[in-house]
Design a binder for this molecule. Sequence first.
Ligand code: FDA
Length: 378
Amino acid sequence: MTDLVVVGTGLFGLTVAERMAEQGRKVLMLDRRDHLGGNAYSETDPDTGIEVHRYGAHLFHTSNERVWEYVNRFTAFTSYVHRVYTTHRGEVFPMPINLGTINQFFRSAHGPDAARALVREQAAELGGKRPENLDEQGVSLIGRPLYEAFIQGYTAKQWQTDPRELPASIISRLPVRYTYDNRYFNDTHEGLPVGGYTAWLERMADHPNIEVRLSTDFFDPSQPVSKSAVVGQVPVVYTGPVDRYFDDAEGALSWRTLDFEREVLPVGDFQGTPVMNYADPEVPYTRILEFRHFHPEREYTSDKTVIVREYSRFAERGDEPYYPVNTAADRDRLKRYRELMADEPSVHFGGRLGTYQYLDMHMAIGSALSMVENKLTA
Ligand code: FDA
């Protein structure tokens, strides 16, 4: 007897399943992939033994004490602190833009007040005119020199579109720090799971009340827990794409995806840091990840390293959906899908695909905990 079917074994589905199982419910989890863990999944690179995040770099960070306490039940975290650098015109700068970036870029030695005044003056270029596109928005937020060096080319590559043709609303703020602090995240807690992501995720599902069926698509009518067989019979938590659930009845929602190009190099250290962004439009990739640097505490091989170049593009049918594009047409469609969801009271839509929202891991876990409390056990 199953009390709950959870479609998707990402962090949203795993949190729901673990909490419900702990309360004595029998939970059946499905995933169409051949592994659990959703996009947070990682694996050991066969050539180097280095842990690689299969769906892009995943850094855990949160200021939510409840989520932090919860995740620590399944794994300890390392003291890793995320920092990012960017290469622009053959020179490496610290990111996000901070006093170090500003002084290196302008060949200056400004203190915080002088740097703030400089950026304010450069950002006044549009003279109060309302920004009409992303280019103007960028200039009005941080001034043309910094925008053109660090944001314009990178954004054009991310969106495969000239920023003059992108809506201003894509960027509401561009953080500039007037200190030399180049910690990427501002959260109270951050770190990487000591034993790797997959050990953490498997531990969440390791409960006598949880059964996991991999390589099983909820929409495949030939398998016994398909949509047609279970909806209306057993409560369902669905974390797959919302448009797919309704057979694209209101049209497909648009996403960006990433292509990953992996390379093993015969050196112990390629770039000296985990993430190097490439700001210039001539470089086709947006960044290079070197996974060994996520775990400096581990003893990895010193004669080779694995790097991954990331390329960004619009997702087509069959691609992995990564970041919601969220155009006005998408928002309209989502509104209509929400109306359809209201007609399916025994199906609870959650997670980043089920709600068409970018969610960091701590947000997916936090919203799953709320769903359990407010909807599934209320
Ligand atoms: P997730 O996508 O993980 O899981 C959904 C699952 O549903 C998948 O396993 C899928 O196979 C399954 N599924 C879909 N349709 C199905 C069907 N029909 N039948 C059966 N199963 C089906 N967060 C963070 O905190 N720090 C970070 O650094 C990053 N980095 C990052 C990089 C990239 C490139 C992306 C795209 C995302 C991040 N994230 C992140 C976000 C993180 O990946 C996200 O928070 C979690 O994946 C959310 O978990 P979900 O369970 O919502 O979705």
